[in-house]
Design a protein around this ligand. Structure first.
Ligand code: MN
Length: 289
């Protein structure tokens, strides 16, 4: 079985704007190369919002050099960007935004969710782009839950949704720049399953909520990531102690330098300075009103 080399938990919540309370489960400034091509994951654990006519979320801000992947679990989110991309996602939907050469975007609660109020639960993953594609044209992939193949486990123990990559012969709808898998899973309490991952990928299991035991020995609580050795093994055993929602992220490492500052992730300091320069000179465009 694939060897666990680290488990990290973060229960501390910080607010992105005024509408997105999230726990940062990993970030490239600490674990960048070990988790390449994944840069960051914020988990927005379930949070109740009262009905409001205000627009809660985070207003116009830039990105360059990577992709943001937002998964809605409960509630609704609205997105709009300067390249013309935008849309509303609801429970089960995913927005896959390629910032590439640069855009500005805003991320708010959907008007319908704001009006009704309720529980918001979401996750946002940042996926790095290889150096040769960092200045690619921005793109927006709207992925609805209907587009995402769901593989039900034996005994109805749970399921895996293939957002990107391939699982058991089922292919995810997201188009990616490098080989990655993004699997969104649920496992019911008292059940177990085996997951097989590519041996040449960096591999992460993210426990969003619930509680798992990995490979029979490693207990993992909610809001945690589990890192694995690249030891040639491909099997990971998951046993659920509680109903558990998890992500499995695997990807071919880029093996390129990572230089990031805030919303920009490039390969060199000069490229970061250039990104600030270009943004300050309006080269990322504006969100159409
Ligand atoms: Mn953003």
């Amino acid at each position: 079985m694939k060897r666990v080399i680290g488990v990290y938990r973060n229960q501390h919540t910080h607010w992105v704007g005024d509408g997105l309370p999230v726990r940062n489960l990993f970030s490239y400034d600490r674990l960048g190369q070990a988790l390449s091509p994944f840069l960051l994951l914020d988990y927005g654990a379930p949070h109740h919002f009262e009905p409001t006519t205000r627009q809660l979320g985070v207003g116009s801000h830039p990105h360059r050099g990577f992709e943001t992947v937002t998964i809605a679990y409960q509630g609704g989110l609205a997105h709009k960007d300067s390249s013309g991309g935008g849309g509303v996602i609801e429970a089960g939907d995913v927005q896959w935004m390629t910032a590439g050469a640069g855009l500005v975007h805003e991320e708010f609660h959907s008007p319908e969710f704001a009006q009704k109020g309720g529980i918001l639960e979401m996750a946002q993953l940042w996926v790095n782009l290889p150096a040769k594609d960092k200045m690619t044209q921005p793109r927006y992939q709207a992925i609805t839950s209907h587009d995402i193949p769901t593989i039900t486990m034996d005994d109805d123990a749970g399921h895996i949704r293939v957002i990107a990559g391939e699982f058991g012969g089922h292919y995810g709808p997201a188009e990616t720049f490098t080989p990655i898998n993004v699997w969104d899973g649920q496992l019911k309490a008292e059940y177990e399953t085996f997951i097989h991952v590519p041996v040449d990928h960096n591999v992460l299991v993210v426990v969003l909520n619930g509680e798992l035991v990995i490979n029979g020995t490693q207990k993992v609580l909610d809001s945690s990531i589990v890192m694995f050795a690249r030891d040639g093994e491909e099997a990971i055993q998951l046993q659920a102690y509680k109903d558990t929602q998890f992500l499995v992220l695997t990807g071919e490492p880029l093996n390129e330098p990572i230089q990031g500052h805030g919303p920009f992730v490039m390969n060199t300091k000069e490229e970061i300075i250039q990104a600030f320069h270009d943004f300050n000179n309006g080269k990322f465009g504006e969100i159409a009103r």
